[in-house]
Design a protein around this ligand. Structure first.
Ligand code: AMP
Length: 500
């Protein structure tokens, strides 16, 4: 691990040095060295000292008036408390309990938190609270910048910013690729308090003089691990060079790879480190099962499972864009309303598919890993892995889409012999063997086969390979077609073994 100046990662259940850290406050935009810490106690009504008490006093049933809301004890003021109440949040999630006071106190934050933990409100609420007390953005100025890896996540974060700032006089905006830049340029020239952006489009707009980034007071990197996976590191570094040295930086990541720690080391100053859920552990409310089957029969098995179990809302993960299209077509052919969502689809098609799925008009959404980031649907009942992911960690992210908010969800993986290596990596990560159940009529005939070639013809690439800017849908290993049941071997391995 690289040298890390921060405090150790804390979980909500353990007494945390981050709590100690958050009792010190820093003015917005100041570095740790600029503002010597001024120790205070809970009796000074420092919001940062409140989390433990808030957890104990919050009830799951009472939203409460804004003044008595547990969010008030974290240090948020009236307009934000009203917005939180309007969203129906009765108590802060663990990441919010930790993050809100830390951000309000001016600390840099390094947080391990996935979608579904409430992380967006965790950084947005205190960010808005801080901006609220400063001067409005002047023309061409951006005061807070939130970088996200995908368009979908950018749109979703922007929706949250709008919801939480509805009673505030702050201007927010979102910019991403795939749509005309001209209206974005016009809007940005007026000045933006909170700008949510994907890195590539942000740089393009900056190059065109749409806005300046040298007045940014708060920077948020959301899903930083995914940004690195997508080859955005160079863009991020270019953006950082445009920002002022004096700022507050918050970095959210589902995992803490060596790359993330390296990035964080140069970026964050004495960060408070937070963790929403233990890394690489699936939510206990997810019932995971796998159905062994032949590669070529997966679309038919998927269709059978959906129809025979009468599943009404199913998110299906496909390793490839081509595979996603093919299975969506097959499902529609079988009378199941389905659409595919991936980086080759236009922004309009992606937005339509997502809203159709959310509204229940579409029963099935077939997504690649990248496109699925940012899909936030409460209490999704079924997630299906049509293919196992190339990276074992993605299995955890994928099935985290179901079983949210205490609801039991079902995560089903269709696994062919060619994927046994991927399965072993997943089970090693989880530390347990996933239960297998053959589906009558779909029993596998191929029992062992050479592993898939995941390189897309370029040789195996490690996670995060690339370095250049990728399109929102493009991850190196995901563009190759799916192997046939005869097994497209990596480097010509042994012939498949069939059941007699
Ligand atoms: P996120 O992890 O930020 O993607 O948020 C996941 C979902 O949790 C979103 O739909 C939020 O609206 C919701 N959410 C965030 N904070 C709370 C809260 N304190 N109580 C209930 N729901 C919340």
């Amino acid at each position: 691990m690289d040298a890390d100046p921060g405090v150790p990662i804390s979980t909500p259940s353990t007494p945390s040095s981050s709590r100690t850290r958050t009792t010190r406050s820093r003015p917005l935009g100041a570095r740790a060295s600029d503002a010597p810490p001024s120790p205070r106690t809970a009796s000074d009504s420092d919001p940062a000292a409140a989390p433990a008490a808030v957890f104990a006093s919050a009830t799951a049933t009472s939203v409460g008036t804004p003044a008595t809301s547990p969010f008030a004890a974290l240090g948020l003021t009236q307009p934000l408390l009203k917005a939180v109440a309007a969203c129906g949040y009765s108590r802060p999630s663990p990441i919010q309990e930790q993050c809100i006071p830390a951000v309000l106190a001016g600390w840099d934050v390094l947080a391990a938190a996935q979608t579904g933990t409430g992380k967006t409100a965790g950084f947005t609420l205190p960010l808005l609270e801080r901006l609220l007390h400063g001067a409005h953005a002047r023309s061409g100025v951006v005061r807070a910048l939130v970088l996200t890896p995908t368009r979908e996540l950018a749109a979703q974060v922007n929706d949250s910013v709008r919801a939480y700032s509805r009673f505030l006089d702050l201007r927010s905006d979102v910019v991403f690729g795939g749509v005309s830049p001209n209206p974005q340029i016009d809007r940005l020239r007026r000045g933006t308090d909170v700008l949510v952006a994907t890195p590539g489009r942000l740089l393009d707009l900056h190059q065109q003089g749409a806005m300046k980034l040298d007045r940014v007071e708060i920077l948020v990197l959301d899903e930083a691990d995914r940004m690195l996976d997508m080859g955005f590191l160079r863009d991020i570094r270019r953006i950082l060079a445009l920002l002022p040295q004096r700022r507050q930086t918050l970095l959210f990541s589902a995992t803490f790879s060596a790359d993330i720690r390296h990035l964080a080391t140069g970026l964050l100053h004495q960060p408070v480190q937070l963790q929403a859920t233990p890394e690489n552990q699936a939510a206990p409310s997810v019932e995971a099962i796998l159905h062994p089957c032949d590669m070529a029969r997966k679309p038919a098995l998927l269709s059978h499972l959906i129809r025979s179990n009468d599943w009404q809302q199913v998110l299906v993960f496909s390793r490839t864009k081509h595979g996603a299209n093919r299975v969506a077509e097959q499902l529609c052919h079988d009378g199941v309303q389905a659409a595919a969502i991936h980086g080759n689809k236009s922004q309009g098609a992606r937005t339509r598919a997502l809203s159709g799925f959310k509204s229940g008009e579409l029963r099935v959404l077939v997504a690649t890993d990248i496109a699925a980031r940012g899909i936030d649907i409460q209490q999704l009942p079924h997630v299906v892995n049509l293919d196992l992911p190339n990276q074992a960690e993605d299995y955890v992210h994928r099935i985290g889409r179901t079983g949210r908010a205490g609801c039991v969800g079902q995560a089903v993986s269709l696994v062919a012999a060619e994927e046994h290596e991927l399965l072993r990596a997943i089970e090693r990560l989880l530390g347990e063997r996933l239960p297998r159940r053959e589906v009558p009529g779909f029993e596998p005939t191929v029992l062992s086969a050479p592993p898939l070639d995941l390189s897309g013809g370029r040789g195996r690439t490690p996670r995060g390979g690339g370095g250049g800017r990728a399109s929102s849908g493009g991850r190196a290993a995901s563009s190759g077609g799916r192997a046939s049941s005869s097994g497209r071997a990596a480097g010509g391995g042994p012939a498949p073994t069939r059941r007699r």
